[in-house]
Design a protein around this ligand. Structure first.
Ligand code: 1GP
Length: 254
């Protein structure tokens, strides 16, 4: 099944999705038990994102194979930190432009370098407007991309930027506060972007509590992305998936 169809279905049915972000630079396969992998099957994890801010991941293919052997039907989507992270073992790629910044390297140069490998890979391409938005914190992705996040307070700028991405043909919008960020994308920002854009909205960065995930869902995020907190405590993923199931069922009843 195509990843775009799965996301579109969530969006159209107003259901919520959860993505587990695995950063190859941090992931320790020994920290995850066989029982945990086995349990994932019943828990309806929507996506696994793989990628990170380090440049090269020579063993990315091996890591994806390792994940796929344990999860079978859960789509693996690349969230590339650089053009070197295009990897045919995955199912799809978030083909992103960092449009909240003004660094040409991440607006278009990395994409030019990634395009041939993407074309040859047979990966499903998900054209994505990627915006860094938080309370003004600097984290790894800002440092690497040499761009500043847009402040949660600059709502008009965020909306205009996201709209520009839509008009350029990007089918998805990813609002990211940055990995490990202590602030998140503000619910007011999510609400405004979701209603203005009418595109599937992915939200991540600093989502380390169920309450924050609940806020994202309520504000209109279609998919939430969680990385760091699962790295710290794999059980958090189980909690989030149980919560999502409950949330989606409640929604269904109402
Ligand atoms: C970062 O949105 C992702 O790019 C996930 O962030 O690691 O803080 O969950 P966390």
């Amino acid at each position: 099944r195509k990843v775009s169809n799965a996301i579109q279905q969530l969006f159209e049915n107003k259901k919520k999705g959860v993505a587990w972000l695995i950063d190859p630079g941090k992931f320790n396969p020994n920290s995850i038990s066989d029982v945990f992998w086995a349990n994932l099957h019943g828990l309806e994890l929507d996506l696994i994102l793989v990628g990170g801010s380090q440049d090269e991941s020579s063993d990315l293919g091996e890591l994806i194979q390792f994940i796929k052997e344990r999860t079978s039907s859960i789509p693996v989507v690349l969230f590339p930190g650089s053009y070197q992270q295009v990897c045919p073992e995955a199912d799809a790629i978030l083909f992103m432009s960092l449009i909240s910044g003004r660094n040409p390297e991440y607006l278009i140069s990395q994409q030019v370098r990634a395009s041939r490998a993407t074309q040859n890979s047979g990966l499903e391409v998900l054209p994505t407007a990627y915006l860094l938005v938080n309370d003004g914190e600097i984290c790894s992705v800002h440092r690497k991309s040499e761009t500043l996040p847009i402040s949660n307070e600059e709502l008009d700028l965020i909306l205009d930027t996201a709209l520009a991405g839509k008009f350029l043909g990007m089918n998805y919008c990813y609002l990211d506060a940055g990995s490990g960020s202590s602030s998140t994308v503000a619910p007011a920002v999510i609400r405004a972007v979701s209603s203005e854009l009418q595109l599937p909205l992915i939200v991540g960065g600093g989502l380390n509590k169920l309450q924050k995930i609940h806020q994202c869902f309520e504000a209109g995020a279609d998919v939430v992305v969680i990385g760091n907190q699962i790295e710290k405590d794999p059980g958090f993923l189980t909690e989030v998936l149980n919560f999502k199931k409950f949330y989606n069922e409640e929604l269904h009843v109402n």
